[in-house]
Structures are given as C-alpha cells and as structure tokens.
Design a protein around this ligand. Structure first.
Ligand code: SF4
Ligand code: SF4
Ligand code: FES
Length: 246
C-alpha cells in the first residue's frame, strides 16, 4: 500500500446522531454512515449531488457554527457531529400552471408568508449548493420571476434552508413556482421540442418501441452493447450515423 493509500484508509472519529464511530477519512458522510453499519433507505437517492435527499447538518466541538452539506458529496472530517435531515415538513401550494400568471400577485396569493421574510440570510448560510437563497427570496418579493428562476436554478430541494428559516418560509417551493412560471410564460419557446412532441404524439416511435418490447433480452443486451455512443468530446452538431429516428 502506498503512503497516499494508507492516508486515505486512516480512521478518524465521527459522531452520527451522537454515537462515536471510526471511519476511513477518505469517505463521504454517506459512505461513512454505511461503513458504520447504517442502511440508508431514506435520505439517499442519486448519490451524485442532484436529488437533494441527503441534506446533513454537522458541528465541531467548541464551534458555535452549524455546518451543512450533502451527505453524498461531503467528505468526513475528524470529530464532526452530524445528523441527516432527509425530510423537513414544507408548505406547498397547489395550482394549475395554465391558470396562473408570472406576477407578484401570483406569488403573494400562493405564498403570502413571503412577506414574513426578515432578510436574515440564514437560508443562504444553510444552503449546501451555495445558492444566494435570500436574494432569490428578495426577487420573489419584488415579483421578479425571471430573477427568482435564475438565482434558484441549482436548488436541489434539500430543505435545509426551510429547516432553519425563522420566518417559517419554504423557500424551495417558492423557487420552483418561479421556475415553472418562467418556463411556461417567459423563457423562449423551444420550437424543435414542440414539433418533436407532436411527432411522438402522432406515433412516430410506436413501431420501434413495439419491436423492442417483442425482442428477446439477450438480443436487447447485444443491441445495447453495439449501440453508437456519442464521443466524449463530440461537436455540438454531432448526430449518429443512423438517423432513422431523429
Ligand atoms: S432564512 Fe427565512 S427569514 Fe431569513 S432571509 Fe431566508 S427566507 Fe428570509
Ligand atoms: S435553496 Fe434550500 S432547498 Fe434549495 S438547495 Fe439550497 S438549502 Fe436546499
Ligand atoms: S443522494 Fe442525491 S444529493 Fe445526495
């Protein structure tokens, strides 16, 4: 074993829900929890920093500061006291996107608690994605749907901001309303997508899909293994040689 590998394997103490464990220092919190014997059924989804299921808070002895991270992305540090917050109850309005408008009135009607925001910035400091949460909340209060959508684009809906908001606001549900309004009413339309949806509705892929469903598993595996793969550094206008279904 090289010195580097040895260092990676070195055990460090961490505290999961108050109980002490020793885990290799190279592991993420998620892998460390599994190493310690936890079976993650909730609070674990994509394992790639996308789904937001693994929000985690931690603290170090002697520090006043609450740290946050996604368990699948954050590497353990010695003496961290941690717990996951895989779910936090959140207020969620129900609406029909076809019947609402991208306006301040819509935001205020669906989430009137917006006006309770104290501009304390706790949400921004709680966000593992380093999103300027307070700024997108300010955009929501101004009715600036485009800015709300833009600033919240990377939100993974982990709920950590909501768990700490002194005004009891659910920021991420307001943000997703903003992104839906933006996509529906403000963003330029993707004409090529609309025409492709029409083609699909007309049954363009029906025969091909039926053919695949009638194909033996082994043949499917073979087809899959022989498929043409887009090269990693492909040009933007790359298309496969077989254009039958484009
Ligand atoms: S934590 Fe709540 S009150 Fe504070 S800035 Fe964020 S949304 Fe406003
Ligand atoms: S804005 Fe809130 S819900 Fe979204 S990623 Fe940040 S902390 Fe999580
Ligand atoms: S498991 Fe999906 S973000 Fe961590």
């Amino acid at each position: 074993m090289t010195a580097e590998e040895k260092a990676r394997e070195e055990l460090v103490p961490i505290f999961i829900m108050g109980k002490r464990y020793e885990v290799p220092r190279s592991l993420t919190i998620q892998k460390a929890m599994e190493y310690a014997g936890y079976q993650l059924i909730r609070g674990c989804g994509c394992r790639g920093g996308i789904c937001g299921a693994c929000g985690t808070v931690y603290r170090f002895p002697g520090s006043y500061k609450i740290e946050v991270g996604l368990a699948c992305q954050t590497v353990v540090q010695p003496n961290m006291y941690l717990t996951q917050i895989p779910f936090f109850p959140a207020a969620k309005s129900v609406y029909d996107i076809q019947k609402i408008k991208p306006s301040i009135e819509t935001l205020m009607k669906l989430y009137p608690e917006l006006l309770r925001c104290l501009q304390c910035n706790t949400c921004t400091k709680s966000c593992p994605m380093e999103i300027e949460v307070m700024d997108y909340m300010a955009a929501a209060m101004r009715g600036d749907v485009a800015r709300l959508a833009e600033l919240s684009f990377d939100c993974v809906m982990c709920g950590l901001c909501t768990s700490r908001c002194p005004a009891e606001i659910c920021q991420y549900n307001i943000a997703i309303l903003g992104r839906r309004l933006y996509a529906k009413y403000i963003a330029p339309k993707a004409e090529h997508l609309a025409s492709m949806v029409k083609e699909v509705e007309k049954g363009r892929y029906e025969q091909m899909l039926r053919g695949l469903m009638d194909t033996e598993e082994e043949t499917l595996k073979d087809l899959y293994n022989r498929r043409e793969i887009e090269p990693e550094q492909a040009d933007e206008d790359w298309v496969p040689k077989d254009k039958t279904y484009l």
